[in-house]
Design a protein around this ligand. Structure first.
Ligand code: MN
Length: 217
């Protein structure tokens, strides 16, 4: 009997560890993005008001021009842009890179990411919890996978031409935490003594990094 219980517990743990966004409980649940109701996702819009427009988006069709220090720009196509994605557990992004542009180290707390190179050649990688860097050069037509929650990056290898990728996620809202921005530009700020010890640097360096990373207004 105890073996059966143990097996049940193991199965429950395994299925839990593969869990992603919850499965839908109805055909469609188009997000009501303006509702004040808080649920795990968005409440459903009245079925009578649902139309094809709720499942359509053309915002990834054209290359976007990054005009920031990193030289990369992420254009999301998540539930906020496509309300019909609500409860379906998938979304896309397009990432455009300037020559030598970097999508700096970040994580997606709620999704695995799979990228397909549209243009150019990139050096990509993720770091495991055992602190091993898994990296590769990928070019037009190639695919690379960043496992859920792990820190990863992409860098345009070419100093002269732009690059672009299409990213798919197993979440309607994967979420992004950019490591440097999270630590150095949060509100309120992470205390200096946390950063000076964590990075083994002085207060002056902390201030320098903060001022360089904080968006100019
Ligand atoms: Mn990513």
């Amino acid at each position: 009997m105890s073996i059966i219980i143990a097996l049940f517990v193991i199965c429950a743990m395994v299925s839990g560890s593969f869990a992603s966004d919850p499965d839908p409980l109805q055909d469609v649940c188009v997000a009501n993005l303006t509702s004040g109701v808080k649920v795990n996702g968005y409440p459903c819009k009245n079925a009578g008001n649902v139309s094809a427009a709720d499942f359509f988006y053309s915002g990834l069709a054209k290359a976007a021009k990054p005009n920031n220090t990193m030289g990369s720009l992420v254009t999301p196509a998540n539930v906020e842009k496509i309300p019909g994605l609500n409860t379906l557990g998938v979304s896309l992004s397009r990432i455009d890179y300037s020559p030598s542009g970097l999508n700096p180290p970040h994580t997606h707390p709620r999704a695995t990411e799979i990228v397909f190179v549209l243009e150019g050649e990139l050096e990509v990688g993720f770091i495991t919890t055992a602190n091993v860097l898994v990296s590769q050069t990928i070019k037009k037509g190639d695919i690379f996978v960043f496992p859920k929650g792990l820190v990863h990056f992409q860098k345009n290898n070419d100093a002269k031409v732009p690059a672009a990728v299409l990213s798919a996620f197993n979440s309607q809202m994967p979420g992004t935490q950019s490591i440097a921005l999270t630590l150095f530009t949060s509100t309120p700020s992470v205390p200096d003594h946390v950063l000076t010890t964590a990075f083994q640097i002085g207060t002056k360096e902390v201030e320098k990094i903060r001022s360089k990373l904080t968006p100019k207004k």
